[in-house]
Design a protein around this ligand. Structure first.
Ligand SMILES: [Zn+2]
Length: 568
């Protein structure tokens, strides 16, 4: 068994994963054996996935390499555990991009950093939050991205107060002196941190209904409380930016929210909108504890250490890899996945898995298809989480790639195997994609639902940057794996959440699609659909607008004026 596996391995890839001395001793004899038998045994020596429709040695090699000697777990461990999350413009992103370049260089693949703009750089340090009164307890929480530190990064001890239920903005201003030097809770306390499916499993239906009704009423009341302050412009963290700035201007020690992701132990960790007061997210259970202590006048005091460094506006880059085309070098087939992440976890499924899928596909293509017909590119975008900025910038900076694009394949929704594809609203492109998929083994395509012709994506992830500008970009849509609730932008987006068989499947699929699109004798159609369903607002739909990137950090919401009492 081991012998047979080795025969498959040596012919086509670096013996990375095999004990080196063992490999070297055996390479010569095995190579001779393989060379002698390669014509007769070319098909027999590879694993036989069910459902190859054509006997194409390149497709078989792609499958064999990913099956026998995937590099995905190794790449992921280095990237997610050691390098960690990749917040746009952070030193962590720079380190991860340098690793990406070094990895491509080691594989003999040309890769470069391309600047598309500048962004605010910030380095996360440690966050430590303890309840110190009325009793000691270490709380589960962290600073939001781009949060200012506690003064000099030192422990800051202060009492905790709840944003009051004021009648209007004037009443809030009158209250603001009481926020000075205190941590202010601005999120609704969840009535339960137990996910709904647990309630539905264990409670009677009437108990579930009454819990949900009480929660809905509490959510509406809290939204009204926020609106009445006069400083909230919408939902979520961004909507409360003005309120955060107001509390900061009033001298609050810090601002505390809690963005529960509706599962056990999951919080979404987004961005702070202050430049002096630290902004923390405290996990559902501990946030509720602080809230109840404050509400019941039990005088909670916490001690917070939040370290971070604001490093100013710095250049930001995409990483682009290339295998030059031998016959049509000015036509392009592109792999695509954003490399940046939020930083509450490791960015493992958003979009670490998409990133290593494309990285692995390039590694395999370099071995099995080193002289492609068209030029193969890979785009590891930055700034996706701030609005597809890296990919939008690339499309505008590279009109020759947008106009010469045969096809782009993007993946950005977690660890699951690809289950959804569409022609992105290019009706005749569906025929090309169907031809490719018909050559991919049924083991991979069996579960893929294809949308004819699909709709153009206007946002959400990076193929939209291409599609909106009329270039044929396609999303590889993964199975759900509780992505939205448990890993997307959460503190639990970590290495252990990955389903390796599925990511291996996706890397093989991506490599096969690129090979087939590169070899295609037919140019991919760009004819657009002209009839659209109505928008949710009842407006006629249209092809999305081709927009340039936001090329630098937008300014923070201006600090509101200090309250009247504090004016000189
Ligand atoms: Zn993403």
């Amino acid at each position: 068994m081991a012998e047979q596996a080795l025969q498959r391995t040596v012919n086509f890839q670096f013996p990375f994963t095999i004990n080196r001395s063992y490999t070297v001793r055996r390479v010569l004899s095995v190579t001779l054996l393989v060379a002698a038998s390669v014509t007769t045994r070319a098909t027999a020596q590879f694993p036989q996935p069910s459902g190859f429709a054509v006997d194409d040695p390149v497709l078989r090699r792609i499958w064999a390499i990913e099956t026998d000697s995937s590099q995905l777990p190794h790449l992921a461990q280095v990237l997610f555990d050691s390098l960690g999350p990749r917040l746009t413009a952070s030193p962590g992103m720079t380190a991860a991009q340098n690793w990406l370049l070094a990895t491509y260089t080691a594989w003999g693949i040309t890769a470069r950093k391309e600047q598309y703009g500048t962004w605010r750089s910030w380095r996360r340090g440690k966050t430590h939050i303890d309840l110190v009164a009325p009793r000691a307890r270490t709380l589960e929480g962290t600073a939001l991205a781009w949060s200012p530190p506690t003064p000099r990064g030192r422990p800051l001890r202060a009492s905790v107060v709840i944003l009051p239920d004021v009648a209007d903005s004037a009443a809030l201003v009158a209250w603001l002196p009481q926020a000075r030097g205190k941590f202010v809770l601005i999120a609704m306390p969840q009535p339960t941190c137990r996910p709904d499916d647990s309630w539905e499993k264990w409670a009677t239906p009437s108990t579930v209904d009454s819990m949900k009704a009480r929660r809905t009423a509490a959510q509406q009341a809290w939204q009204q409380r926020l609106q009445r302050t006069g400083y909230v412009t919408g939902g979520g963290v961004a909507g409360a930016a003005g309120l955060s700035r107001r509390l900061e201007a009033a001298g609050a020690a810090g601002i505390i929210g809690s963005f529960w992701s509706q599962g056990w132990g999951v919080q979404k960790i987004f961005t702070a909108y202050t430049d002096r007061a630290p902004v923390l997210d405290i996990a559902c259970e501990d946030y509720g504890l602080l809230y109840r202590l404050a509400e019941n006048k039990q005088s909670p005091i916490i001690e917070v250490t939040a370290e971070s460094q604001a490093l100013g506006e710095v250049p930001v880059f995409n990483v682009v890899g290339e295998i030059k085309g031998s016959q049509l070098p000015n036509e392009y087939v592109m792999l695509s996945a954003h490399f940046d992440s939020w930083d509450g976890g490791s960015g493992a499924t958003d979009n670490g898995t998409g990133s290593i899928t494309m990285l692995e596909a390039m590694r395999i293509l370099k071995q099995v298809y080193p002289n492609p017909r068209r030029t193969i590119l890979v785009g590891h975008w930055s700034g996706e989480e701030q609005g597809l900025n890296g990919s939008r910038g690339y499309v505008h900076d590279h009109p020759e790639v947008a106009s010469g694009l045969q096809a782009l394949f993007n993946q950005d929704n977690g660890t699951g195997r690809v289950e959804n594809m569409s022609a992105s609203g290019f009706p005749d492109a569906a025929a090309s994609l169907a031809r490719y998929l018909a050559r991919v083994p049924a083991d991979i395509t069996r579960n893929i639902k294809f949308g004819f012709p699909g709709a153009p994506s206007g946002g959400g992830t990076d193929h939209a940057s291409f599609v909106s500008c009329g270039a044929p970009g396609f999303g590889l849509g993964s199975g759900d794996w509780d992505y939205g609730r448990y890993t997307w932008h959460t503190n639990r987006d970590t290495y252990d959440k990955i389903s390796w068989d599925d990511v291996k499947n996706n890397a093989a699929l991506a490599a096969m699609l690129v090979y087939l699109a590169s070899e295609d004798t037919v140019r991919m159609s760009r004819e657009k659909r002209t009839v659209f369903s109505l928008t949710p607002g009842g407006q006629p739909g249209a092809w999305p607008e081709c927009r340039d990137a936001q090329r630098s950090t937008p300014p923070l919401v201006p600090a509101p004026p200090p309250p009247p009492a504090a004016r000189p």
